[in-house]
Design a protein around this ligand. Structure first.
Ligand code: CDP
Length: 222
Protein backbone atom coordinates (compact mmCIF):
# COMPACT_ATOMS: atom_id res chain seq x y z
CA UNK A 1 0.00 0.00 0.00
CA UNK A 2 1.54 3.28 -1.16
CA UNK A 3 1.59 6.15 1.33
CA UNK A 4 2.59 9.14 -0.74
CA UNK A 5 1.00 9.80 -4.12
CA UNK A 6 2.50 12.60 -6.21
CA UNK A 7 0.45 13.79 -9.21
CA UNK A 8 2.28 15.67 -11.98
CA UNK A 9 0.46 17.12 -14.99
CA UNK A 10 1.67 19.25 -17.85
CA UNK A 11 1.88 19.71 -21.61
CA UNK A 12 4.26 17.92 -23.99
CA UNK A 13 7.88 19.00 -23.63
CA UNK A 14 7.45 20.40 -20.12
CA UNK A 15 9.81 17.73 -18.84
CA UNK A 16 7.11 15.83 -16.92
CA UNK A 17 8.38 12.33 -17.68
CA UNK A 18 12.11 12.83 -17.24
CA UNK A 19 11.73 15.08 -14.19
CA UNK A 20 9.16 12.79 -12.53
CA UNK A 21 11.35 9.76 -13.17
CA UNK A 22 14.43 11.46 -11.69
CA UNK A 23 12.45 12.66 -8.65
CA UNK A 24 11.11 9.11 -8.12
CA UNK A 25 14.66 7.70 -8.24
CA UNK A 26 15.85 10.24 -5.67
CA UNK A 27 13.00 9.39 -3.29
CA UNK A 28 12.97 5.61 -3.87
CA UNK A 29 9.41 5.95 -5.19
CA UNK A 30 7.64 4.11 -7.99
CA UNK A 31 6.93 5.98 -11.24
CA UNK A 32 3.93 5.76 -13.56
CA UNK A 33 3.90 7.34 -17.03
CA UNK A 34 0.21 7.43 -17.95
CA UNK A 35 0.89 8.88 -21.40
CA UNK A 36 2.65 5.60 -22.21
CA UNK A 37 -0.67 3.76 -21.74
CA UNK A 38 -2.51 6.10 -24.13
CA UNK A 39 0.37 5.72 -26.59
CA UNK A 40 0.34 1.91 -26.21
CA UNK A 41 -3.39 1.84 -26.94
CA UNK A 42 -2.85 4.04 -30.03
CA UNK A 43 -0.09 1.61 -31.11
CA UNK A 44 -2.46 -1.33 -30.59
CA UNK A 45 -5.24 0.39 -32.60
CA UNK A 46 -2.82 0.98 -35.51
CA UNK A 47 -1.40 -2.55 -35.18
CA UNK A 48 -4.95 -3.98 -35.46
CA UNK A 49 -5.53 -1.90 -38.62
CA UNK A 50 -8.36 -0.06 -36.84
CA UNK A 51 -9.01 3.64 -37.52
CA UNK A 52 -7.96 5.81 -34.53
CA UNK A 53 -10.40 8.53 -35.68
CA UNK A 54 -13.38 6.16 -35.31
CA UNK A 55 -14.44 5.96 -31.66
CA UNK A 56 -16.35 2.70 -32.22
CA UNK A 57 -13.23 1.02 -33.65
CA UNK A 58 -11.11 2.36 -30.78
CA UNK A 59 -13.63 1.03 -28.23
CA UNK A 60 -13.56 -2.41 -29.93
CA UNK A 61 -9.74 -2.43 -29.69
CA UNK A 62 -9.98 -1.75 -25.96
CA UNK A 63 -11.38 -5.27 -25.41
CA UNK A 64 -8.17 -6.92 -26.66
CA UNK A 65 -5.79 -4.39 -25.10
CA UNK A 66 -3.43 -6.52 -23.03
CA UNK A 67 -1.23 -3.86 -21.44
CA UNK A 68 1.64 -4.07 -18.98
CA UNK A 69 3.91 -1.32 -17.68
CA UNK A 70 6.60 -1.38 -15.04
CA UNK A 71 6.70 1.21 -12.25
CA UNK A 72 10.41 0.97 -11.49
CA UNK A 73 11.97 4.30 -12.57
CA UNK A 74 15.23 2.45 -13.35
CA UNK A 75 13.91 -0.29 -15.58
CA UNK A 76 10.67 0.79 -17.09
CA UNK A 77 9.25 -1.06 -20.12
CA UNK A 78 5.89 -1.07 -21.89
CA UNK A 79 4.38 -4.27 -23.32
CA UNK A 80 1.26 -4.92 -25.37
CA UNK A 81 0.32 -8.61 -25.48
CA UNK A 82 3.91 -9.56 -24.69
CA UNK A 83 5.48 -7.33 -27.39
CA UNK A 84 7.95 -4.74 -26.09
CA UNK A 85 6.63 -1.42 -27.45
CA UNK A 86 8.75 0.88 -25.24
CA UNK A 87 10.42 2.50 -28.26
CA UNK A 88 7.74 2.12 -30.91
CA UNK A 89 5.13 4.09 -28.90
CA UNK A 90 7.35 7.18 -29.39
CA UNK A 91 7.19 6.97 -33.20
CA UNK A 92 5.60 9.98 -34.95
CA UNK A 93 2.75 7.83 -36.37
CA UNK A 94 1.74 6.92 -32.79
CA UNK A 95 2.09 10.53 -31.55
CA UNK A 96 -0.15 11.60 -34.42
CA UNK A 97 -2.85 9.03 -33.52
CA UNK A 98 -2.83 9.27 -29.73
CA UNK A 99 -5.02 12.38 -29.20
CA UNK A 100 -7.91 10.83 -31.15
CA UNK A 101 -7.70 7.69 -29.04
CA UNK A 102 -7.40 9.67 -25.76
CA UNK A 103 -10.53 11.73 -26.36
CA UNK A 104 -12.85 8.70 -26.27
CA UNK A 105 -14.60 8.73 -22.85
CA UNK A 106 -14.64 4.89 -22.63
CA UNK A 107 -10.87 4.90 -23.11
CA UNK A 108 -10.35 7.49 -20.39
CA UNK A 109 -12.58 5.60 -17.93
CA UNK A 110 -10.86 2.30 -18.66
CA UNK A 111 -7.34 3.70 -18.29
CA UNK A 112 -8.20 5.80 -15.22
CA UNK A 113 -9.39 2.62 -13.45
CA UNK A 114 -6.19 0.85 -14.52
CA UNK A 115 -3.99 3.69 -13.20
CA UNK A 116 -5.82 3.72 -9.87
CA UNK A 117 -5.27 -0.01 -9.44
CA UNK A 118 -1.54 0.36 -10.26
CA UNK A 119 -1.29 3.17 -7.66
CA UNK A 120 -3.14 1.06 -5.09
CA UNK A 121 -0.98 -2.03 -5.69
CA UNK A 122 2.39 -0.28 -5.62
CA UNK A 123 4.49 -1.46 -2.68
CA UNK A 124 6.98 1.42 -2.54
CA UNK A 125 6.81 4.26 0.02
CA UNK A 126 5.37 6.49 -2.68
CA UNK A 127 4.56 6.78 -6.36
CA UNK A 128 4.90 9.66 -8.82
CA UNK A 129 2.20 9.56 -11.47
CA UNK A 130 2.48 11.86 -14.46
CA UNK A 131 0.13 12.79 -17.29
CA UNK A 132 -2.53 15.34 -18.21
CA UNK A 133 -5.38 14.69 -15.76
CA UNK A 134 -3.69 13.14 -12.73
CA UNK A 135 -4.14 16.16 -10.42
CA UNK A 136 -7.78 16.53 -11.44
CA UNK A 137 -9.26 13.12 -12.35
CA UNK A 138 -6.98 10.14 -11.63
CA UNK A 139 -5.69 11.19 -8.18
CA UNK A 140 -7.28 14.47 -7.05
CA UNK A 141 -6.57 13.46 -3.41
CA UNK A 142 -2.83 13.02 -4.03
CA UNK A 143 -0.40 14.12 -1.29
CA UNK A 144 1.31 16.53 -3.70
CA UNK A 145 -0.25 17.93 -6.89
CA UNK A 146 2.00 19.70 -9.38
CA UNK A 147 1.50 21.36 -12.76
CA UNK A 148 4.80 21.42 -14.62
CA UNK A 149 4.80 24.12 -17.30
CA UNK A 150 7.28 25.83 -19.60
CA UNK A 151 6.94 28.42 -22.34
CA UNK A 152 5.93 27.07 -25.74
CA UNK A 153 9.33 28.02 -27.13
CA UNK A 154 11.20 26.08 -24.40
CA UNK A 155 8.96 23.05 -24.85
CA UNK A 156 9.43 22.95 -28.63
CA UNK A 157 13.19 23.22 -28.41
CA UNK A 158 13.44 20.50 -25.74
CA UNK A 159 11.29 18.11 -27.73
CA UNK A 160 13.19 18.68 -30.97
CA UNK A 161 16.47 18.06 -29.12
CA UNK A 162 15.04 14.68 -28.01
CA UNK A 163 13.74 13.68 -31.45
CA UNK A 164 16.92 14.05 -33.47
CA UNK A 165 15.63 12.13 -36.49
CA UNK A 166 12.93 14.73 -37.24
CA UNK A 167 13.29 18.35 -38.27
CA UNK A 168 12.68 20.99 -35.58
CA UNK A 169 9.81 22.51 -37.54
CA UNK A 170 8.08 19.12 -38.03
CA UNK A 171 8.36 18.46 -34.30
CA UNK A 172 6.98 21.92 -33.44
CA UNK A 173 4.01 21.57 -35.80
CA UNK A 174 3.15 18.06 -34.54
CA UNK A 175 3.43 19.16 -30.91
CA UNK A 176 1.23 22.24 -31.37
CA UNK A 177 -1.38 20.13 -33.14
CA UNK A 178 -1.37 17.52 -30.35
CA UNK A 179 -1.51 20.18 -27.58
CA UNK A 180 -4.49 21.82 -29.28
CA UNK A 181 -6.34 18.50 -29.66
CA UNK A 182 -5.51 17.38 -26.09
CA UNK A 183 -6.54 20.66 -24.47
CA UNK A 184 -10.04 20.28 -25.88
CA UNK A 185 -10.39 17.18 -23.69
CA UNK A 186 -8.45 18.04 -20.50
CA UNK A 187 -7.27 21.45 -19.28
CA UNK A 188 -3.63 20.81 -18.46
CA UNK A 189 -2.44 24.39 -18.96
CA UNK A 190 -4.00 25.94 -15.85
CA UNK A 191 -3.55 24.69 -12.32
CA UNK A 192 -6.69 23.46 -10.56
CA UNK A 193 -7.34 24.58 -6.96
CA UNK A 194 -4.60 23.36 -4.63
CA UNK A 195 -2.23 22.44 -7.49
CA UNK A 196 1.27 23.99 -7.29
CA UNK A 197 2.71 25.30 -10.58
CA UNK A 198 6.39 24.70 -11.29
CA UNK A 199 7.48 26.75 -14.32
CA UNK A 200 10.62 25.19 -15.79
CA UNK A 201 11.15 27.75 -18.58
CA UNK A 202 14.26 29.21 -16.93
CA UNK A 203 15.32 26.15 -14.94
CA UNK A 204 17.74 23.48 -16.06
CA UNK A 205 16.93 19.80 -15.55
CA UNK A 206 18.44 19.46 -12.06
CA UNK A 207 16.85 22.70 -10.88
CA UNK A 208 13.45 21.46 -12.08
CA UNK A 209 13.88 18.15 -10.23
CA UNK A 210 14.84 20.11 -7.08
CA UNK A 211 11.78 22.36 -7.44
CA UNK A 212 9.52 19.30 -7.71
CA UNK A 213 11.22 17.63 -4.72
CA UNK A 214 10.65 20.85 -2.70
CA UNK A 215 6.92 20.74 -3.43
CA UNK A 216 6.78 17.06 -2.42
CA UNK A 217 8.68 17.69 0.85
CA UNK A 218 6.47 20.63 1.75
CA UNK A 219 3.32 18.61 1.10
CA UNK A 220 4.60 15.77 3.29
CA UNK A 221 5.15 18.20 6.19
CA UNK A 222 1.58 19.46 6.20
O1 CDP B 1 5.39 13.09 -23.28
P1 CDP B 1 4.33 13.79 -24.06
O2 CDP B 1 3.86 14.96 -23.29
O3 CDP B 1 4.68 13.97 -25.47
O4 CDP B 1 3.04 12.92 -24.13
P2 CDP B 1 2.64 11.71 -23.24
O5 CDP B 1 2.68 12.09 -21.79
O6 CDP B 1 3.44 10.55 -23.69
O7 CDP B 1 1.10 11.53 -23.63
C1 CDP B 1 0.73 11.11 -24.91
C2 CDP B 1 -0.72 11.45 -25.15
O8 CDP B 1 -1.55 10.70 -24.27
C3 CDP B 1 -1.11 12.90 -24.94
O9 CDP B 1 -0.86 13.67 -26.08
C4 CDP B 1 -2.61 12.78 -24.62
O10 CDP B 1 -3.35 12.66 -25.81
C5 CDP B 1 -2.69 11.45 -23.90
N1 CDP B 1 -2.75 11.52 -22.43
C6 CDP B 1 -3.95 11.81 -21.83
O11 CDP B 1 -4.93 12.08 -22.51
N2 CDP B 1 -4.07 11.76 -20.46
C7 CDP B 1 -3.02 11.47 -19.69
N3 CDP B 1 -3.16 11.39 -18.37
C8 CDP B 1 -1.76 11.20 -20.30
C9 CDP B 1 -1.65 11.26 -21.67
Amino acid sequence: MTNTVVAVDGPAGSGKSSVSKAAAKRLGFAFLDTGAAYRALAWHVLDSNADPEQATEVISSLAGFDYAIGTDPDGYAVHVAGTDVTDSIREPRVSAAVSAVARVPEVRNHLTALFRSIIRDSDKAGIIVEGRDITTVVAPDATARILLTASEEARMSRRSAELVTESASDVAIALQKRDRADSRVVDFMTAADGVVTVDSTHLNFDETVDAVLDVIRTSQET
